[in-house]
Design a protein around this ligand. Sequence first.
Ligand SMILES: [Zn+2]
Length: 386
Amino acid sequence: MTRLLYYEDSHIRSFDAVVTSCRKAGEDYEVTLSETAFFPEGGGQSADTGMLGGTAVKYTFEREGEVIHRTASPLTVGEEVHGEIDWEKRFRNMQNHTAEHIISGIVHRRHGFSNVGFHMGEEGVIVDFDGFITPEELADIEREANRIVTENHAVMAYFPSQEELGSIDYRSKLDLKENVRLVVIEDVDVCACCAPHVRHTGEIGVIKIFESGRRKGGVRLRMLAGGAAYEDYVRRFQNSMRISALLSAKQEDLAAAVERLLAERDKLSYELGGARREIIAAKVAGLEPRAGNLLFFEPSYGVDELRLLVNSALPRCGGICGAFAGEDGHGYRYVLASRAVNMRAVAKDINTALSGRGGGTPEMITGTLSAARAEIEKYFESEAVT
Ligand SMILES: [Zn+2]
């Protein structure tokens, strides 16, 4: 059996060990060692990666009780090799994981809810609880968690005997009976867990809960701790600085500045709508009635304005009246109507001829085309009115 160094000391980053087996597995090799500090994926914590005997350890996993190192190159059985884990990744995993134990411990004590799902990935730590917690309660839980960090409680892990285990109150996701490893955060939490953790809560750094949402009668949280939380803070700060410069507003006043901007946009949009309605009325008022088709190209019109233009011009058009918004290369949005032609009946022909899609009623169809303006004009044998 491999000696599991990560259980003896979670802070061992490098070690020497003898290769006990090596076999080819697809593109890679599967290596076992006399001892290892590489933690295999488990308990919601991702696998360690790093270097072993000069080759990369891409992944570590457990199979039938053995820790398997997936390496890029083969290693010689019987030879001693030097191993080095990607410490930054491991330490961040431990910061996030111990932070999750603190949060789950507080939730269990205060609300009686259990952690029923746990995943650590690129986007942070995802934790599911089997009961709902309000945002106000979560803010208070987060405050207590950060106090526990600064109080620097000791974190220990051990395998209690069966008799001991029976007398200990601990949280557990699975109904384990044998070989239970307990992770104890002194005066805070006891939980069955197979992963390495920090030695003291002070190593975790800040704990931040970002999102909470209802899920299957409970709540799902996304949180970050330590180095990952710090980097997230830097990203958010830089983003907030950019917005602050763009809006010429202090960072703490950004929400109010955006509210003003949106109100201004709504006002302008309302005024633009009124001006366009006037332009449409004037455009149509000067039109001579005609027997054939009638087209308009208005690059920036919305579909409501296209529809208004077509409806306004329709009494002066004996054929098909069409309005198009967009430009060559990006395609056109169209509204086509007629009092003489059944539009639904000709929709397929139009869409096929002009590489488009859309439909509607016998009176009016709407959709999009990717054909160029010249092709559209040729198809309808009509030059646009401007
Ligand atoms: Zn755990």
